[in-house]
Design a protein around this ligand. Structure first.
Ligand code: SME
Length: 148
């Protein structure tokens, strides 16, 4: 199966799971589970905006830092810029926060509510250069299914 086909299945599965469920924590939890089950990513999870920092939300993978300040790391930078960031090599991203030494590449997708960033979806891979525009496109569409 191609990456695109896998993402289409993820999108359909998440649509069914969030249908009729309004609780964003429950929906984030199932969304990360579906993504993690379908790809061999190291870590998939949400960070949620709480004041001036991000707090760890539903995730699957190794334990992670519980908070990240606005503008810090890849997650805090994606929040500040209100845009997705694809990091082919985390060691080349200035200020990258290493929650796991196994992580080599990363993608962060901001989550919006009423045009405000209310959180981010963070996905880490053990492999260099694991993410591209296809991941960005489908992960962006998938998080939009959740009502925040
Ligand atoms: N690498 C992230 C921190 C979160 S962990 O990867 C789960 C960052 O630089 O923001």
């Amino acid at each position: 199966m191609t990456k695109e086909e896998t993402y289409k299945i993820i999108y359909q599965t998440v649509s069914l799971l969030v249908d009729g469920e309004q609780d964003s924590i429950a929906n984030m939890a199932n969304t990360v589970a579906v993504i993690k089950e379908n790809f061999d990513f190291l870590w998939v999870g949400f960070y949620i905006v709480r004041g001036d920092r991000l707090k760890l939300g539903p995730f699957q993978g190794p334990v992670a830092c519980t908070e990240i300040r606005r503008g810090k790391g890849v997650c805090g930078t994606a929040w500040e810029r209100a845009e997705s960031i694809v990091v082919p090599d985390v060691h080349k991203f200035d200020g990258h926060i290493a929650c796991s030494s196994k992580s080599k590449s990363e993608i962060v997708i901001p989550v919006f509510k009423d045009r405000e960033v209310v959180g981010v979806l963070d996905v880490d891979s053990e492999y260099l250069n694991a993410f591209d525009e296809t991941d960005e496109k489908y992960l962006t569409e998938t998080v939009k299914l959740i009502n925040f």
